[in-house]
Ligand binder design. Structure first.
Ligand code: ZN
Length: 313
């Protein structure tokens, strides 16, 4: 899925190309991804784009009246085409502008959402938007404040990184990269990190996101439409040597997600003698405050839980 560095760079590109332009033609390829209170063709025709904003994993297009908020979820991507370029089968929405450019949203998995908001731009109908925490690539906390806030959650480090109410914009790929950089196993509990480990965690978070932005900026083509992942050190590198120690990277599961890590640089909590300590200290909150743990527990024994559509989101 597009994550903070991807959308940060895409935002800048789209702002340059689109702001000030008028929408002259609206083409809907996949109504399934659209969320609107009236036909988007009428809602968006002749609207002018006044700004492009980035918020976590969302992109917001401000219009002279209303706004469009897009959550690309797993597979949604933005494309910048010429209006006469052929539309692809999975183009969900195309907005042709008065300069002949065409902003397209393509979603191969049809899981993303395009919310068309009326004048006033009330985002309460956009799931998860109003609850977003500070931006993962631009949060104001010092190392000490980050440590205090992180420890207060009592969560596992990977779940914390992906909690959009804590920090907005980190998904599976950058979570793997940050934890590899910090040499932390994804299932370590934040509360058990030493001061040195916490410092590594904070630095890795800052550095990996900042480097990601530079890499995406350098390699993202002008027409957009793809995710830049070549700079990743562990994500997608199953069986390849860890760049730090040479041990083959492993791919495993984390709840419903894939996860990549170095089994030597990122030692699991039980090998560090933590499980006993954690279980004693945090026995009650462990299952009730950790959604991933809760989902795993639910999805195994009861068939009803497996069919719940909430699990996928
Ligand atoms: Zn390693």
């Amino acid at each position: 899925m597009p994550e903070w560095p991807d959308l940060h760079v895409v935002r800048g590109r789209l702002e340059k190309a689109l702001v000030g332009r008028e929408i002259t033609l609206v083409r809907v390829g996949d109504p399934l991804v659209l969320r609107a209170t009236r036909p988007v063709e009428t809602a968006l025709a002749h609207r002018r784009l006044t700004g492009v904003r980035h918020r976590g994993k969302f992109l917001v297009f401000d219009l002279d009246k209303g706004a469009i908020v897009v959550n690309p979820m797993l597979a949604g991507v933005f494309e910048l085409n010429d209006a006469e370029d052929k539309l692809t089968r999975t183009t969900a929405l195309s907005l042709v502008l008065d300069n002949g450019k065409d902003l397209r949203y393509r979603d191969d998995k049809r899981m993303g959402k395009v919310h068309v908001l009326e004048d006033g731009g009330d985002t309460s109908s956009v799931h998860g938007f109003d609850e977003l925490g500070p931006e993962a690539g631009d949060f104001p906390w010092s190392e000490r404040e980050f440590a205090t806030r992180a420890r207060a959650t009592r969560r596992e480090v990977r779940n914390l990184l992906q909690d959009q109410t804590f920090l907005a914009g980190i998904g599976n790929a950058y979570a793997d990269e940050i934890l590899w950089e910090a040499q932390l196993h994804p299932k370590r509990r934040v509360a058990t990190l030493s001061d040195e480990e916490m410092a590594r965690f904070y630095r890795a978070l800052k550095d990996v996101i900042a480097r990601g932005v530079l890499q995406v900026e350098e390699h993202l083509p002008l027409e957009l439409g793809t995710k830049i992942r070549d700079h990743m050190k562990v994500r997608g590198h199953k069986g390849k040597p860890c760049p730090r120690c040479g041990t083959p990277i492993i791919k495993t599961r984390h709840g419903l997600d894939d996860m990549y890590l170095c089994p030597r640089c990122q030692l699991p909590p039980d090998s560090l003698g933590q499980i006993g300590r954690c279980a004693k200290r945090f026995h009650a909150p462990m299952s009730s405050t950790d959604p991933t743990t809760a989902i795993v527990t639910l999805s195994v024994p009861t068939p009803a839980a497996k069919s719940g559509s909430d699990i996928a989101t």
